[in-house]
Write a protein that binds this ligand. Structure first.
Ligand SMILES: C[S@@+](CC[C@H](N)C(=O)[O-])C[C@H]1O[C@@H](n2cnc3c(N)ncnc32)[C@H](O)[C@@H]1O
Length: 227
């Protein structure tokens, strides 16, 4: 889900007088909610996703975010929102980050944004449980939510030196709890089973992302976009 508010360092970048000249890509853009937000800020951002448009993706380019079909050293900005959790099962050591840094022009930025699963309200706990449940349904395609501190711990040393901003904060983006309850109940889940219990809990308490974390990596100015 998108993020509200966006991290301050991203908002600053989007507010620059030359924003519309930045060459930007959102990897794993999905249904385009964040992409829409970015474009309304004046960023001419390209969307990439492995999902075809027929399945609801808004991506102009279909491809794997781990090997994006994009020219190395060609971008000012790479965004990946709620994508890292999908890539971790196949690449737990975050090898894709070296590839993304290689896409950047010198001084270009990567922004990674994710839900932070440490919210303490019932609605935040249900969101975390929902993501765990979905990860168990499709273990090869998605993992559970990962905390910002766990992500930082996994950063390869050469990539860790490129961290320019890292933080956690509130995420007020509203969740459509009714739609999620309907989705969970659509398959007529067994009474007392996990899907039914989750649907009942969300119907009672609601659903909230609650918190987010972000990490900005900057490509070296002197190594031509390499780490
Ligand atoms: C949770 S959605 C996030 C959508 C959007 N970025 C947002 O924040 O609203 C994750 C998206 O990543 C895409 N995805 C997952 N693994 C991918 C991969 N290896 N390559 C490209 N897209 C991928 C999925 O198809 C899905 O559209």
């Amino acid at each position: 889900m998108p993020f509200d508010p966006l991290p301050e360092s991203l908002t600053e970048l989007l507010g620059r007088p030359d924003t519309e000249r930045l060459r930007a890509v959102e990897l794993g853009c999905g249904d385009g909610r964040l992409l829409g937000l970015l474009r309304r800020s004046g960023l001419a951002c390209l969307g990439v996703d492995r999902m075809p448009r027929a399945a609801g993706s808004t991506a102009e380019v279909r491809g794997d975010a781990c090997q994006p079909p994009l020219r190395p050293g060609s971008l000012d900005l790479v965004l990946a929102a709620n994508l890292v959790r999908h890539l971790l099962p196949a690449q737990p050591t975050l090898g894709f980050l070296e590839t993304w840094l290689g896409l950047l022009k010198p001084g270009g930025s990567i922004f990674i944004l994710e839900d932070e699963p440490t919210g303490t309200t019932p609605a935040a706990a249900h969101y975390r449980d929902l993501q765990d449940f979905l990860a168990r349904l499709w273990p090869s395609a998605r993992g559970p939510l990962v905390t910002g501190s766990e992500f930082r711990r996994r950063l390869p040393p050469a990539v860790a030196t490129r961290v320019a901003d890292f933080g956690t904060g509130a995420n007020h983006w509203p969740q459509d709890a009714d739609a999620v309850v309907a989705m969970l109940r659509a398959g007529a889940p067994a009474a007392g089973g996990e899907a039914a219990r989750l649907a009942d809990a969300i119907a009672a308490d609601g659903l909230a992302c609650s918190r987010q974390w972000w990490c900005r990596l900057i490509a070296s100015q002197d190594l031509g976009g390499q780490t």
